[in-house]
Design a protein around this ligand. Structure first.
Ligand SMILES: CC(C)(COP(=O)(O)OP(=O)(O)OC[C@H]1O[C@@H](n2cnc3c(N)ncnc32)[C@H](O)[C@@H]1OP(=O)(O)O)[C@@H](O)C(=O)NCCC(=O)NCCS
Length: 164
């Protein structure tokens, strides 16, 4: 299994992965909308002979601490046949390294603390943000010291408002 930047030719397979993993197409459509809006900042595919997993990040604007370069991890999916083999973790770790290298300070995710906690995400850091998704499933990870100072209201990419 390898991990690399998403390529346009991955798209049919990515739609199939999201449909199988979530039982719906809303998440694949979210990625497509973020791409079309120019809000996708990182899109990474895991593949064997063909794509088996995908992760995407979009820009997050912090209103009170706008110097902090922040993003949202969403969505993430691994084809059910390939789950529990470390592919999700490889996608998260590879992409977080890349985001750190490109000067990002903060990543926010809405998901299972049992899963995202292993990468260092905490709800404690996210509690200082004011988002449409506040609650125990909202978690954040600082990639720099500056990221630890994040607080206040945020704006997600426009495509999130269209999610049902
Ligand atoms: C979540 C997901 C991406 C993990 O991918 P993966 O390749 O199976 O993950 P890994 O092999 O790296 O890690 C497996 C671990 O994740 C846990 N896990 C998988 N899905 C989980 C979930 N929805 N909630 C909590 N834990 C989950 C497994 O129980 C396992 O835990 P363990 O290491 O303590 O045994 C994958 O299960 C998936 O696509 N699920 C459906 C879509 C989804 O829920 N995406 C996340 C949205 S935030």
């Amino acid at each position: 299994m390898s991990v690399r930047l998403e390529e346009t030719t991955d798209w049919p397979a990515l739609y199939a992965i999201y449909a199988a993993a979530f039982g719906q197409l809303a998440e694949a459509d979210l990625v497509r909308h973020m791409h079309d809006d120019g809000d996708l900042i990182l899109s990474v595919t895991a593949y064997t002979d063909e794509p088996v997993g995908h992760i995407a990040y979009s820009k997050l604007s912090l209103h009170e601490t706008s110097a902090i370069k922040a993003c949202v991890l969403a969505p993430l999916a691994v084809c059910p046949l390939f789950q529990k083999q470390g592919i999700g973790a490889a996608l998260v770790r590879h992409s977080l390294k890349r985001l750190t290298e490109t000067g990002h300070d903060l990543v926010v995710v809405l998901g299972e603390p049992h899963y995202y906690g292993r990468f260092g995400f905490t709800s404690r850091l996210a509690e200082r943000l004011k988002t449409p998704y506040d609650g125990p499933y909202l978690q954040a990870l600082a990639l720099s010291d500056q990221g630890k100072d994040a607080h206040g209201s945020v704006s997600y990419a426009r495509a999130f408002a269209e999610l049902k």
